[in-house]
Ligand binder design. Structure first.
Ligand code: SIN
Length: 555
């Protein structure tokens, strides 16, 4: 497996031959966390934000459900904390959860000040939705089921109007660069643009907000851009990663042969949809007191267990008992999407199956997003700050991006990094020896292997087999030099898939998002987060209490 530890940079280059740009803060990613961070950081200096594709293509803009926040008069951050901890399978950092719940409502108010249009009740108060694991309706939503789209609109408009903030679209971050030989600080990134080619962006601080890694799985609700680039880049740079074994599987992705696994929001169950099998049986009854509104891990597992028992490839959402016009009124986007497949939820069952949805693990970061390397920060899905534990509570992710995106920007300003200086960097990665590779084949093979073996149900033997496959693919895939994102994405997917599998093998117990069929119970002795780094052979226990009190450790 050493190939995944040898590769420190993906391509050969000489900085002296490349255009070099300077900024105070470089943010990689234009989802909610990246844009919120960039807008705040621009109050303290210049900011460059990189979007791998167009600025508005991210998991954020695809989000349906909404933003969880305790803003109702009868709600409390205390109750939001409790629900988040209950869902988190014993691995949440309680301090991080409290920060999220307590600072969340102010972030929602700020969005409203910035012009976000949310759905409102007839009396003008925010219309709040209910989702799995929440004991109260607290999900702020927009245009029914297009919250992410509206949130992205507001943040992109705000970012575009912010002086000192530059948005670069179609700009791929390949690798992180250090401040100097012998100076461990991260001080920039090597980037590639289809028109401008390679260039270096030097910065006093680099913030990874590059999203998740759903594309490591064949069945995923994530857009094509979610290839784990930030996680892989941080690994190559030597940053500590954590919680990589926890990939969250959303219980209800549309199951139509040939179609992508389009999300059917948890909010549909919040409105009262039932989960039924092909015989019309509500199988969640008796599984959990909250039935269809149990936390996500419980529902996803119940679906796979039930299918294993009765056979078949999918179950159904039944909304036929909704009052007339209710589905299309509350979920206009979903109704349109389903109509494209000739499904009318007022008359038909909606076929659904779990799919990879949210990478809980990522770059280990403290309460202010500091990674283990000075100058490198992370927020949003790419970060692992303990807020989600072993299973994320529904609709906590947009909130996390808002709260921790802002906190990172404030920490970057407080940490007062020295001025950035260009330095000569020469990367001498040797070009590969394997001739032309079929990238599409590697990509699809690894995604299938991950789905079959590193999914909701896993066991040690199959995880060992998959590690063997990663060893094989890595020998030629990682040993190659590519000259555009299609190759770098495959190398990042290989790296992230390998790391997730290794972490899954190391956690010999059932917890949160997954079941170990060879260790079906949770083991109290393993109730600890695991951290990994390229410089270490094996995991390190990440104590939530230590992470919580270590603000500043990465400075
Ligand atoms: C959903 O609408 O079900 C997705 C919300 C989330 O991922 O938290």
């Amino acid at each position: 497996m050493s190939i995944y530890r040898e590769r420190r940079l993906l391509i050969p280059f000489r900085s002296a031959l490349l255009p070099q740009i300077f900024t105070d803060t470089l943010v990689v990613g234009t989802g909610v966390a990246g844009l919120r961070c960039a807008i705040e950081a621009a109050r303290h200096g210049d900011v460059i934000v990189l979007a791998k594709e167009s600025v508005d293509l991210s998991n954020t803009s695809w989000a349906q459900g909404g933003i969880a926040a305790a803003i109702a008069r009868e709600d409390s951050s205390e109750s939001h904390v409790r629900d988040t901890l209950d869902a988190g399978g014993g691995l949440c950092d309680p301090v991080a959860v409290r920060v999220l719940a307590e600072e969340g409502p102010a972030e929602v108010s700020r969005l409203l000040d910035w012009g976000m249009r949310i759905d409102r009740a007839p009396d003008g108060t925010p219309a709040l939705g209910l989702e799995g694991g929440h004991h109260r309706a607290r999900i702020v939503h927009a245009d029914g089921d297009a919250t992410g789209h509206e949130l992205a609109r507001v943040l992109v408009e705000r970012a575009r109007a912010t002086p000192g903030l530059r948005l670069f679209d179609r700009c791929f971050a390949i690798d992180l660069l250090r401040a100097g030989d012998g100076d461990p600080r991260i001080a920039g990134a090597l980037t590639w643009h289809p028109r401008h080619g390679l260039q270096i962006v030097w910065a006093r601080a680099v913030v990874l907000a590059s999203g998740g890694a759903g594309q490591a799985y064949r069945e995923t609700t994530n857009p094509k851009v979610a290839t784990g680039d930030g996680i892989a880049m941080a690994w190559r740079a030597g940053a500590e990663l954590a919680d990589l074994e926890f990939m969250q599987f959303h219980p209800t992705a549309l199951y139509v042969a040939g179609a992508g696994r389009l999300l059917v929001s948890e909010a549909v169950r919040g409105e009262g949809a039932h989960l039924v099998d092909r015989d019309g049986r509500r199988f969640m009854e008796g599984v959990h007191p909250m039935c269809e509104l149990a936390p996500r891990d419980v529902v996803s597992r119940a679906i796979t267990d039930h299918l294993a028992r009765i056979g078949g490839s999918h179950v159904f959402l039944d909304c036929r008992h909704f009052p007339a016009g209710r589905f299309v009124g509350r979920f206009p986007g979903l109704a349109r999407m389903l109509a494209g497949f000739d499904i009318d939820p007022s008359r038909h069952l909606v076929p659904v199956v779990p799919a990879a949805h949210y990478a809980i693990g990522g770059v280990r970061s403290d309460l202010d997003g500091r990674s283990s390397i000075p100058g490198l920060y992370a927020c949003g899905e790419v970060a692992s700050n303990g807020v989600h534990g072993a299973n994320r509570l529904a609709s906590n992710s947009l909130l996390e991006g808002l709260v921790f995106g802002r906190r990172v920007a404030e920490a970057v300003a407080r940490d007062a990094h020295p001025d950035v200086r260009p330095r000569a960097v020469t990367s001498e990665v040797a070009t590969g020896r394997h001739g032309e590779l079929d990238l599409a084949d590697i990509r699809s093979s690894l995604r299938s292997a991950m789905w079959r073996n590193v999914g909701i149900a896993r066991d040690g033997e199959r995880l060992e087999d998959v590690l063997g496959m990663f060893g094989f693919w890595g020998r030629y895939g990682m040993d190659e030099v590519f000259d555009d994102p299609s190759g770098w994405e495959v190398q990042n997917l290989l790296t992230v898939g390998f790391l997730m599998t290794r972490a899954a093998l190391a956690r010999r117990e059932t917890r949160g998002t997954h079941v170990r069929t060879d260790a079906p119970a949770s083991d109290p002795a393993q109730a600890v987060r695991m951290g990994w780094s390229i410089d270490r052979d094996g995991p390190r226990a990440v104590d939530p209490a230590v992470a919580a009190s270590s603000a500043g450790a990465g400075r």
